[in-house]
Design a protein around this ligand. Structure first.
Ligand code: SF4
Ligand code: SF4
Length: 207
């Protein structure tokens, strides 16, 4: 769960419709209304990450205090627990495991969002609040969960997201060894072994 305190307000006298805010928004909460020729914010989707404000070259965005609807989370208690467990198992995550070190959103919340209709990483983000912090490490798990649930999102036009579910667990073993030999200081083999052990995954590298 995250708590949202602010939402973006746009000063239309400054906005040049460059759409940089739209490109950077992880929740697809800000977009151009072509008919009105202005940017619009979907406050319900906004996760208060404030990236749009930082990205605006015209300083046209100011974060304004919300007046309600602060908490954002997926209540998994009413959802099909077996399906949630199955999706999480497929990607080697425990349902209660935090997949985002910034927000502590869990794997079961991501799976729950998909069961509730999320079709894109942006939907998962807008429903759970994941990606509000660094927005990097959780992305792999978002794609993996979507993939495990059979959802294949189309790349969003103008989005900076890299649509490939790749983590250190997906690197072929021979490549892992090469990287480990070249950069022993990162202890990659040791890391991958520990992750596999923790998640009860088979370690067939013999390392
Ligand atoms: S989610 Fe972040 S980038 Fe998107 S509109 Fe809200 S504050 Fe701006
Ligand atoms: S980044 Fe700023 S100037 Fe560009 S469209 Fe968004 S609000 Fe307007």
């Amino acid at each position: 769960m995250i708590v949202r305190e602010y939402y973006p307000g746009i000063d239309y006298s400054l906005c040049k419709l460059c759409r940089k805010c739209e490109e950077i928004c992880p929740a697809a909460a800000i977009s151009l209304l072509k008919e009105d020729k202005r940017m619009a914010v979907d406050v319900k989707r906004c996760i208060d990450c404030q990236r749009c404000m930082d990205a605006c070259p015209e300083n046209a965005i100011t974060m304004l205090p919300r007046s309600g609807d602060y908490a954002l989370s997926v209540d998994v208690s009413e959802l099909d627990q077996e399906k949630i467990g199955e999706i999480c198992r497929k990607v080697g995550l425990a349902p209660g495991e935090a997949v985002c070190a910034c927000t502590f959103v869990t794997a079961q919340e991501l799976a729950g969002a998909v069961l509730m209709g999320a079709k894109t990483p942006e939907d998962v983000c807008a429903m759970t609040g994941v990606r509000r912090g660094c927005g990097i490490y959780c992305l792999v798990n978002i794609f993996k969960i979507l993939d495990a649930a059979g959802v294949r999102p189309e790349e969003r036009a103008g989005s900076h997201l890299y649509h490939h579910p790749l983590s250190s667990l997906d690197i072929p073993d021979d490549r892992l060894r090469e990287i480990d030999e070249e950069f022993p200081q990162y202890r990659l083999l040791e890391d991958v072994s520990m992750i596999r052990e923790t998640r009860g995954l088979e370690d067939d590298r013999g390392a």
